[in-house]
Design a protein around this ligand. Structure first.
Ligand code: AGP
Length: 612
């Protein structure tokens, strides 16, 4: 939510910012703006709506200058409008601020500033920050005024400040919202996320909460809120610029769906050895997992798609490792008063590592003595840094709002952990363990094979393009698949209502809605619950419901139960949600594409939900 960029260097600032902001579009936004310093002072340009509107405007009426800040805003306080878009300026027009987060005490600060004669133009919480700095800078140098202002803010922020009185530097700060510093050749950046600076910065500093930065083209000076200098070592950026581009694909989502064989292979790399029939992790994660193997209880917390991965993880861990697992939505976990202590391990699953509820959940867990393992995709993210141990999924940057490759990489990571713990706890040994290791290593090829049926899946999707209601039903390992299939469809195709259900729950309510024109997608791969699912299909057919069935290849009898049949390669039930994710993603994608939906940036959604 909200994307921030700041630039200090010799290139044209606005050009640099627009490219960076376009790589942050995936975060979700509803207006955009830039501020640049030139010999006339500060020039600000903002537009409501898509970034393209701002780009077109700036092409017609360019703004020149190098030192600059830019922003994509996801509205929290005040409607998405040009006036409320960032950057916000002070009364004199010499200071400009971009902000991600929420200032909780903004109305109290606003009253004080109004009383001192400040004039406000927007309804945002952000505008108080720039007026507060203006007020404090009347009596002290800008850097001190910036820090004094930060000390008065309550809530969360990633901030960037540009002042016409300081033409060589930007100031930045982080507290509860992500902000990084990118270091390039005689240029430096602030950004919300690494994709924004790919190709320009070679290394990155992941700022901590409480960090304040004075940024010049030769690099950052990081300090704390007392002004004390802090050491922060830059990390080399490994992601490739191609990862932040569509590379000929119509959408990032489609590109990322097709990247899944590679993403899964990267999750397994250096951890799975088929030759030795073994699983291992880096030293810290492995010793953490060895500790978990003695643990009494695991709680998985996550949001959205990552929560669905957690539900699959529950089946995996309980079945093979015999470890009791609870799975909680992070937004519920943090408020329900869970009973935690040193015998509990909390596993946080998150692509971005910045989801506000998941972050708050792990903080609460740690305060109560539990230990925390993160399964995370983004290196250096808040959750990755605050957890006691991290298992990176290494799926590469996921740009589309709808999670695809991060999900199957999370499932793969959970499979690795489950099998490792199962072996450690002596629950899975000998031939059976070796078979599972081989099953895991076969996943990238199996996913490639599943992706090869895209044309078949697209044909099935074409039959249902006009439908506006869907159910997705599954059992056991594929109950979470049903939830995920429904989420994918409604997320990228907002015209459609889709609901995922445990197939066994149908009779307890939802079956009353079954009728012609209300298709039901059944997850019916070869599995221990296959016969039960067939009974559920019969029940739907008896009520004239149309069944789209996802089944294992070679199943010659199922076609008679299905209006439409999609086949997936045969696999162990344990791995089936990973394979079944592919047709569900492609089905949603092709329905959304035929309905001309904004697939990569669905309305109202943000990639990383950094406010609760
Ligand atoms: C997935 O398609 C969604 N965009 C969303 O549900 C997402 O999974 C959720 O917001 C959690 O994000 P995280 O994995 O970055 O924590």
């Amino acid at each position: 939510m909200c994307g921030i960029v700041g630039y200090v260097g010799k290139s044209e600032g606005v050009e640099t910012l627009l490219e960076a902001l376009s790589r942050l579009e995936y975060r979700g936004y509803d207006s955009a703006g830039v501020a640049v310093l030139n010999n006339k002072g500060l020039d600000v340009r903002k537009r409501a709506g898509k970034l393209q509107g701002l780009i077109d405007d700036l092409r017609r009426h360019p703004l020149h200058g190098t030192l600059s800040i830019g922003h994509t805003r996801w509205a929290t306080h005040g409607e998405p409008s040009e006036l409320n878009a960032h950057p916000h300026t002070d009364c004199t027009g010499q200071l400009a601020v971009v902000h991600n987060g929420i200032i909780e005490n903004y109305s109290e600060l606003k009253d004080q500033l109004l009383a001192k004669g400040h004039r406000f133009r927007s309804q945002t919480d952000t505008e108080v920050i720039v007026h507060l700095i203006e007020e404090l800078a009347k009596h002290q140098p800008l850097e001190r005024a910036f820090i004094s202002a930060l000390k008065q803010l309550r809530g969360s922020y990633a901030l960037c400040l540009l002042s016409s009185a300081e033409p060589q530097r930007l100031f930045g700060a982080r507290h509860g919202s992500p902000l990084i510093v990118g270091i390039g050749k005689a240029e430096a950046f602030f950004a919300s996320d690494v994709p924004a600076i790919l190709g320009r910065a070679s290394s990155v500093i992941y700022l901590n909460d409480g960090d304040v930065v004075d940024l010049t083209s030769s690099g950052p000076r990081v300090m704390d809120l007392s002004g004390k200098r802090l050491r922060r070592s830059p990390k080399e950026i490994h992601w490739d610029l191609a990862a932040a581009r569509k590379e000929g694909c119509a959408h990032f989502m489609l590109k990322e769906i097709h990247e899944q064989p590679l993403a899964i292979a990267q999750t397994l790399a250096n951890r799975l050895s088929v030759a030795k029939h073994s699983i291992s992790f880096d030293r810290r994660t492995q010793s953490f997992l060895n500790k978990i193997s003695q643990q009494e209880r695991l709680i998985i917390i996550a949001c959205g798609t990552a929560y669905h991965a957690g539900l699959v993880g529950e089946y995996m861990l309980e079945e093979v490792a015999h470890l009791p697992v609870d799975v909680d939505l992070a937004s519920e976990f943090r408020y329900r008063g869970p009973l935690l202590d040193a015998r509990t391990t909390v596993v946080a699953i998150t692509q971005s590592g910045e989801t506000a509820d998941t972050l708050a959940g792990i903080r609460m867990a740690k305060e109560q003595g539990a230990s925390v393992l993160a399964i995370c995709n983004v290196m250096g993210s808040s959750i990755a840094r605050e957890a006691d141990a991290v298992l990176y999924t290494h799926a590469g940057p996921e740009i589309a709002v709808a999670s695809t490759k991060a999900y199957t990489a999370q499932l793969t990571a959970l499979a690795l952990i489950s099998l490792y713990l199962a072996h450690k706890r002596q629950r899975l040994l000998g031939t059976r363990f070796r078979q599972m290791i081989e099953g895991l290593s076969a996943l990238p090829k199996l996913i490639e094979k599943t992706l090869a049926s895209e044309a078949e899946i697209k044909m099935v999707a074409a039959k249902y393009v006009k439908c506006r209601n869907f159910y997705f039903l599954g059992r056991r390992y594929n109950y979470p698949s049903a939830l995920e299939g429904a989420l994918k469809l409604k997320e990228i195709c907002p015209l459609i209502h889709a609901e995922g259900y445990a197939a066994g729950e149908m009779k307890h309510g939802p079956i009353s809605l079954i009728r012609m024109g209300w298709p039901v997608v059944f997850l019916a791969p070869q599995a221990s619950v296959y016969d039960k699912i067939i009974s559920n299909i019969e029940e739907v057919r008896a009520r004239k419901g149309e069944c789209i069935v996802i089944a294992s290849e070679g199943n010659n009898t199922i076609a008679r139960y299905a209006e439409s049949l999609i086949t997936i390669p045969k696999t162990e039930e344990f791995f089936s949600p990973i394979v079944a994710a592919i047709p569900l993603q492609l089905f949603a994608y092709h329905i959304a594409q035929a309905n001309q939906c904004d697939i990569d940036q669905p309305p109202n959604l943000a990639k990383s939900v950094t406010v609760e």
